[in-house]
Design a protein around this ligand. Structure first.
Ligand code: ZN
Length: 92
C-alpha cells in the first residue's frame, strides 16, 4: 500500500491548513493563486493578471479551495483544473 503525506508545514510564507481540510496541498495551492489574484485593480480588471474580475484563475482557485474540504473525487478534478491554470500562468 502506498501512503502519501500531504502535510503542509507552516513556514513564514505558508499557513497551516485548517483541520477540516481533506487535501492540504490543494488548499495551499489554491490559497497561493488566490493571493496572486486577490483584488481588482483601479480599472476593474484583476490586479494579478488583468483579466475581467473575478478572473478565471481566481474562480478556479475558489472552487479548488472549497473542493479541498470535500471528497477526494472533487479534490482530484479541482487539482486538474488548478494545474491547468498554473500551466497557463507560467506560459504568460
Ligand atoms: Zn487574475
Amino acid at each position: 500500500m502506498v501512503s502519501v503525506d500531504h502535510t503542509v508545514w507552516a513556514t513564514p510564507d505558508r499557513e497551516t491548513a485548517p483541520d477540516d481540510v481533506v487535501d492540504r496541498l490543494l488548499w495551499q495551492d489554491a490559497r497561493d493563486i488566490l493571493g496572486r489574484h486577490a483584488r481588482p485593480s483601479r480599472d476593474g480588471g484583476c490586479g494579478g493578471c488583468g483579466g475581467a474580475w473575478p478572473c478565471h484563475s481566481r474562480r478556479v482557485a475558489e472552487h479548488a479551495l472549497a473542493a479541498s474540504r470535500r471528497s477526494w473525487r472533487e479534490g482530484w478534478t479541482a487539482r486538474h483544473d488548478l494545474n491547468s491554470v498554473r500551466r497557463l500562468l507560467s506560459t504568460n
